[in-house]
Design a protein around this ligand. Structure first.
Ligand SMILES: [Zn+2]
Length: 163
């Protein structure tokens, strides 16, 4: 592995870890988080969750919708925090999914809702406790490549029964 790719994978691990910690923080479940290359999507790293997308959310409350938007933005917010900037192209699906949730939640207050959720994601990744948790999950991802939701919760000292 070249040094450049190694550094990139560390960034990917922190990005995906931020999504995973965000999930756990709002008590929602995902299946797995991975930093392996998805040949089909041509991208590195993913959080595989249940069949929740911005197009399939009619059952969610306003809080649920903004939680999912927050989870989407946690990755780009982490990149911005860690790297000083983030690549909108690399985060295209995060942004699109987040906007889909916001569109459903915002009732015409798109910009306000977007600003709120972004501010929440940015604050989240800068919180020292969260920064520590994200680092812990990122290191485990670098070692194992894929973690289940249960594994992430136990890394964070939460078991499923008490969540
Ligand atoms: Zn992402």
């Amino acid at each position: 592995m070249t040094e450049e790719i190694e550094i990139m994978i560390e960034d990917v691990a922190h990005h995906e870890a931020a999504h995973a910690v965000a999930y756990v923080s709002v008590r929602r479940l995902f299946k797995t988080v991975t930093i392996t290359h998805d040949d089909e999507a041509g991208s590195w790293g993913a959080v595989h969750h249940r069949a929740i997308t911005g197009r399939n959310v009619d059952h969610l409350s306003h809080r649920g919708l903004t939680d999912y938007a927050f989870i989407c933005f946690a990755g780009p917010a982490q990149d911005e925090y860690r790297l000083g900037t983030y690549d909108p192209d690399a985060c295209k699906s995060d942004t699109q999914d987040g906007l889909d949730f916001i569109e459903k939640a915002a009732f015409g207050h798109m910009q306000e809702c977007y600003d709120d959720v972004w501010a929440r994601a940015k604050k989240f990744v800068r919180d020292p406790k969260r920064t520590e948790q994200i680092k812990t999950v990122a290191n485990a991802l670098l070692a194992k490549k894929t973690l289940t939701c249960d594994q992430v919760m136990s890394l964070l000292g939460k078991d499923q029964k008490s969540q």
